[in-house]
Design a protein around this ligand. Structure first.
Ligand code: CUA
Length: 190
């Protein structure tokens, strides 16, 4: 016995009868005028941003630590101590003779010693970390010196302060509970 009560499939032959109106031919091949405006804005923005990114490399004053050397926390700690002793550090403040290399240790949660530099002189400041990864950022000299300090590596940063005043060094690498309070100081005198 054949099953006869299955519904007849509905076949819609005439598009005019369809609930969904057909779209005109070639609709996907042309953009409305407005879309071209956005297209060119997007292309223009891409060109401008790319030019800015590439151009910035040539026009800005990049100051990254170009000298690095392997060390140990113990060895670097001894260099810092010798540097402080040789320059007669008072209360953790060292007046660095022009042209002489300075040594600064980053440890939870301070940078020491504090340095006193002379305006217009060029120094190399060696920085390393005693315990964990820290950041080193000089705030206020307009050049946004900024790098990461890892134990076992000493970074030689060439620095020519052109403005007298106090510069704060902040740690910008999370290093523990008092990370936010970890600062150091460089004073530049005339
Ligand atoms: Cu040191 Cu954060």
């Amino acid at each position: 016995m054949a099953v006869t009560d299955a519904p007849e499939p509905v076949v819609q032959d005439d598009p005019a009868e369809s609930a969904i109106a057909p779209v005109p031919g070639r609709w996907a091949k042309r953009l409305p005028k407005d879309e071209y405006v956005f297209l060119w804005l997007a292309i223009g923005a891409t060109v401008v941003m790319t030019a800015f990114t590439v151009g910035w490399i040539f026009v800005s004053d990049h100051n990254v630590p170009t000298r690095t050397k392997a060390t140990t926390p113990k060895e670097f700690g001894e260099q810092v101590a010798a540097f402080m002793a040789a320059n007669d550090a008072q209360d953790g403040v060292v007046e660095v003779p022009p042209g002489e290399d300075a040594y600064m240790m980053a440890e939870r949660y301070r940078f020491y010693p504090q340095l006193v530099l002379e305006r217009g002189e060029t120094y190399t400041i060696w920085v390393s970390a005693r315990d964990v990864l820290h950041g080193f950022s000089i705030i206020g000299d307009g050049r946004h010196l900024n790098f990461t300090v890892a134990p076992g590596h000493a970074y030689g940063l060439r620095f020519t302060p052109d403005k007298a005043g106090d510069y704060t060094i902040v740690c910008n690498e999370y290093c523990g509970r008092a990370h936010h309070a970890m600062t150091g100081r460089i004073t530049v005198k005339e």
